[in-house]
Write a protein that binds this ligand. Structure first.
Ligand SMILES: [Zn+2]
Ligand SMILES: [Zn+2]
Length: 361
């Protein structure tokens, strides 16, 4: 079910600003939770810092409305985690959860009220037609199945989905749609014009992604969260993947935590291998399909030029880290609290990217 259809009354009094509701009954401590949820629902994806401020403000509003209550507010990490656990317990029956996920670019802790079920993309249903959602899913598929763990797709390949899916829309309509997906925070567009999944998509569409692409979901070795950009160990078949911020924060030795090969000091240094846009190569524009779907046209070849002698790898990536867990307790360095859409992919011209990744399956 779409979030916005979920409970219309949630939205009635709340827009982007937390304002005291008109209480018709005695204000109780439980109103803090309700206020917080209302604010969270209307905000969409936001930083955890902002969420903590909304929590504090909710307590203040309730205390101001009923001076007898005197609810104590303790902004400690433990108190926040307790609060989040309580909130999530109360909305669990509705298959909802306030979920925390680190932005893959900045490492900032983000959160949103999300559906925990729903292996279909229903979140876009209020904004887009079924055909537009089909297009979105096609683009997401190309992102998830991008070779070499590039988790991104060129605009050319994205627009090709219109024909592949036999959608009745023009190329320029497709371009407008892609811009709309970016504007609404579902996709990121890099300086090189490649589309990838945003933190919003990774948060809100995770049940869909996990059920549709179970073999493509990578997990960060450090934080265990989903990973679509970062780095990989260069040892063939070593499963270690890390976000850049996790590499920076947690790497304590100069070797791979799994296979113990020597690692350079910087996450972007070779021979470490990029995951995400930096892994994309020319000639990767070929279309692939999820194994679970119609496989009759799985091996469509596109007449795109290749720049390298590397044999095209069309094999699915396989890896064992399937159970993506969230660790809401991780320390972060964040010091800001705006709610801007996560920064765009750092466009990296990886012209020097060589066929090293052919070692990876
Ligand atoms: Zn990580
Ligand atoms: Zn390794």
């Amino acid at each position: 079910m779409s979030r916005s259809r979920l409970n219309a009354s949630f939205i009635l009094t709340f827009t982007s600003r937390l304002t005291p509701p008109t209480f018709t009954m005695v204000v109780s401590a439980g109103d803090v939770d309700r206020l917080f949820l209302q604010a969270t629902l209307s905000r969409g994806v936001m930083s955890v810092e902002l969420a903590k401020n909304l929590w504090a403000r909710s307590v203040q509003i309730v205390n101001d409305s009923n001076s007898a209550l005197k609810i104590q507010h303790n902004g400690s990490k433990d108190a926040w985690n307790e609060f989040l656990t309580r909130i999530n317990r109360s909305i669990d029956k509705l298959d909802l959860e306030v979920k925390v996920l680190h932005d893959e670019e900045s490492g900032r802790e983000m959160c949103a009220l999300v559906n925990t079920k729903g292996d279909e993309i229903a979140q876009l249903a209020t904004d887009y037609t079924p055909a537009e959602i089909t297009f979105f899913k096609g683009v997401v598929e190309q992102i998830m199945l991008a070779p070499h763990e590039a988790y991104s797709v060129s605009s050319l390949a994205a627009l090709r989905e219109i024909n592949e899916l036999k959608l009745s829309m023009t190329k320029s309509q497709g371009e407008i749609l892609l811009a709309s997906f970016v504007a609404k925070g579902w996709l990121l567009k890099s300086k090189l014009g490649r589309y990838s999944l945003s933190t919003r998509s990774l948060l809100e569409l995770q049940p869909y992604l996990k059920s549709t692409y179970p073999d493509e979901i990578l997990e960060c070795t450090v934080c265990m969260e989903i990973l679509t950009r970062g780095l990989a160990c260069y040892t063939p078949n070593c499963k270690v993947r890390m976000h850049h911020h996790c590499f920076a924060r947690y790497r304590r030795s100069s070797e791979c935590p799994s296979c113990s090969t020597k690692w350079p000091q910087q996450a972007k240094d070779k021979p470490l291998v990029p995951v995400g846009e930096g892994a994309a190569r020319e000639g990767d524009g070929r279309r692939r399909r999820a194994q679970t779907q119609d496989s009759s046209d799985a091996e469509e070849e596109e007449p795109e030029p290749t720049q390298e002698e590397t044999p095209k790898q069309n094999g699915k990536r396989r890896q064992s880290n399937k159970n993506v867990k969230f660790d809401a307790s991780m320390e972060t360095d964040e010091d800001e609290e705006d709610e801007s859409v996560p920064s765009q992919t750092q466009a990296r011209a990886e012209g020097s990217q060589r066929s090293r990744r052919s070692t990876r399956r």
